[in-house]
Design a protein around this ligand. Structure first.
Ligand SMILES: [Zn+2]
Length: 255
């Protein structure tokens, strides 16, 4: 009797979790109302240069994002005048839990849970209520080496985005933000993890172009422009990227 009761409770929890995940995905991909993506700047290394940059940072640094998503969604027949509303939230002063170094599934799950708990506790209130929370981890211009890997999670609908705290980098920062934002809507990466090369054809902006190279734009979830076989470049800004049909299907722009 007691055992049956326990199983019933566990089943109830399972159904609730599965249900909220499904409802969340359905809400994220129905595109019936603007999805509020709120950006929270963080001084990742705590240095003075980044601090000064963040003090002066305003919504103008992210002004290209909403029109970009509107234009790209419209190409797939999404008629919302504002599919994504980009909101600059308050600065977060506590750094998030560091992602795991090893790639094991258990540590990934544990980090994702700690991250969601941290986000719930550390996010300052903002209006409108965010659907997606992106934490912008700013690093100083003289940061040694490559920036840590940015992460966008569909479960929990949040992301950690690593950026350079410099004005000349803002256009490229918007590309990274847009890429991680689409992960939270269910888009997958379209590049090879080892070589960073876009996967053909879905990672190409113009897969049917003849000759294939040079491409002049990047598919957003591939992130790089293939210039010729074995040579890639980083797009200068959102105007050199587009959302390809495979990504559009994953995020519900194509029904
Ligand atoms: Zn990615």
């Amino acid at each position: 009797m007691f055992k049956a009761f326990r199983i019933l409770i566990l089943l109830g929890i399972l159904v609730t979790v599965a249900g909220t995940t499904l409802i969340g995905r359905w809400q994220a991909q129905s595109w019936k109302r603007p999805q509020v993506v709120t950006l929270y700047p963080i001084n990742a290394s705590g240095d003075a240069v980044t601090d000064l940059y963040l003090e002066r940072l305003d919504a103008a640094a992210f002004a290209g994002l909403a029109p970009y998503f509107q234009q790209e969604a419209a190409r797939y027949g999404v008629s919302l005048s504002e599919p994504m509303r980009i909101v600059l939230g308050g600065r977060v002063r506590v750094v998030p839990p560091a992602p795991p170094r090893d790639a094991g599934p258990l540590s990934a799950i544990s980090w994702s849970l700690r991250m969601r708990w941290w986000a719930w506790r550390s996010t300052p209130p903002s209006s409108p209520v965010p659907d997606v929370k992106l934490f912008l981890m700013y690093h100083p211009p003289d940061f040694a080496g490559a920036l840590p890997h940015s992460i966008g999670l569909e479960k929990g609908r949040l992301g950690l985005v690593h950026l350079f705290a410099m004005k000349s980098q803002q256009a490229q920062n918007e590309v990274v933000i847009a890429h991680e934002a689409l992960h939270t809507f269910g888009a997958s990466d379209k590049y090879d993890r080892a070589t960073l090369a876009p996967v053909f054809p879905e990672g190409y902006a113009a897969p049917r172009q003849e000759p294939r190279y040079p491409q002049t734009a990047a598919e957003l979830m591939a992130g790089r422009v293939p210039v010729r076989e074995g040579e890639l470049r980083v797009p200068a800004g959102l105007s050199e990227t587009l959302v390809g049909p495979a990504t559009a299907a994953e995020i519900g722009w194509v029904k």
